[in-house]
Ligand binder design. Sequence first.
Ligand code: PLP
Length: 457
Amino acid sequence: MRETAPVTTIDRDRIGELFARERERFAATHQGSKRAHERAQGSLLSGVPMNWMTRWPGDFPVFFERAEGAELTDVDGNVYADLCLGDTGAMTGHAPAPTTAAVNERLGKGITAMLPTEDAAAVGEEMQRRFGLRDWQFSLSATDANRFVIRIARQITGRPKILIHNHCYHGSVDETVANLVDGQVRPREGSVGPGPDVAETTRVVEINDLEGLERELAEGDVACMLIEPALTNIGIVLADDGYHERVRELTRKHGTLLVIDETHTLCCGPGGYTAAHGLEPDFLTIGKPIGGGIPTGAYGISTEFSDRIIEHTFWKEADVGGVGGTLAGNALSLAAVRATLAEVLTAEAFEQMIALAERFETGVAETIAERGLPWSITRLGCRAEYMFSSTPPHTGAEAAAAMDDDLDALLHLYMLNRGVLMTPFHMMALMSPATTEEQVDRHTEAFREATAELTGG
Ligand SMILES: Cc1ncc(COP(=O)(O)O)c(C=O)c1O
């Protein structure tokens, strides 16, 4: 039986003291990263190639030198158990051998030519087998896959709006950079130069709010409902039992297409959440992990809608109609996807990855209970996340309310200083086929140490 302590309150001053100490330690052991960042400030906005990289805690980000399997080495020679895995872009582990071999071979034979290769059909067949949808198309990112599917859904339904979950993330798709604020659809805080008013383009409901969903769909103007089957970008929020069955009934009843974004929820198994739970989407979008690190995105279309897309396509202008991309479906990406699906993200690999996530979950849950912390952990396949609320959140708003920026920054820095890389912006860990029990236990140990220091235990 677990030892359970009474609920513990964390002293906010203690968070600040520990953060100051860890920040100094980080600076002392990451001088190479500091120098790299100083140099980069001469030519890169904020000294980083993408602005969100400044959001890592510490005064500068870690600059990495190499990453293989689930281990990452920075320019100072610090070695990390990588539980971030490029926020799922490297869920395969870094540089997986079969993908690297296929990519190397393809590099010498031509990368992009505006023509298909034979890998394309092999990938299409495998996607079909895994996810159950018949026809596939490719993009360079999950964002683009979502963008294209939204256009297609509008085209074939003749409806203007999309519907999303509150606090979802589907990439930088204009229509999805929206949240509910006091029941109103508003641009997300920090939305950069929002264009068309999201209240005009988007309906937003909480995950698990079936009443709200029915009310919004009944307006009759929603082309598609674009959702992750569980939220994974505001902590993990799981769907209630029966939620997806009812979503499917309601979307069918109201003539709204159902789009499932499996970019992160592929963590549930080889066919993602869709195959694991028998979902029946009209479209499925995905990106990041299927290329083993090589940029790609894809969308699958159910048979019924393939015919309608073909019917609605203005073929003479198909290259400039808003769905496309010169490098989309390029030979290199497809060679990478083919090898990754065939040899890396296999059913056996998922079994092992899920068992590791269970080990991670147990270690964290036992520590939370022992220390009496009002925190919880949620696991979804080979992904797990601890949250600063005593019960797992049931909606996006609840998950957002459980965020604690100070604790989050402290724990990320604490982990970095002990050789563990967690996904930034929330406390999420992902397992790859290369992840080891020792790496999971390294996190558990650091988590035990951090929580002991926080609670004086
Ligand atoms: C569910 C989901 N969809 C789409 C995306 C966008 O992926 P990308 O930035 O690679 O286009 C993300 C990124 O985190 C995501 O989590």
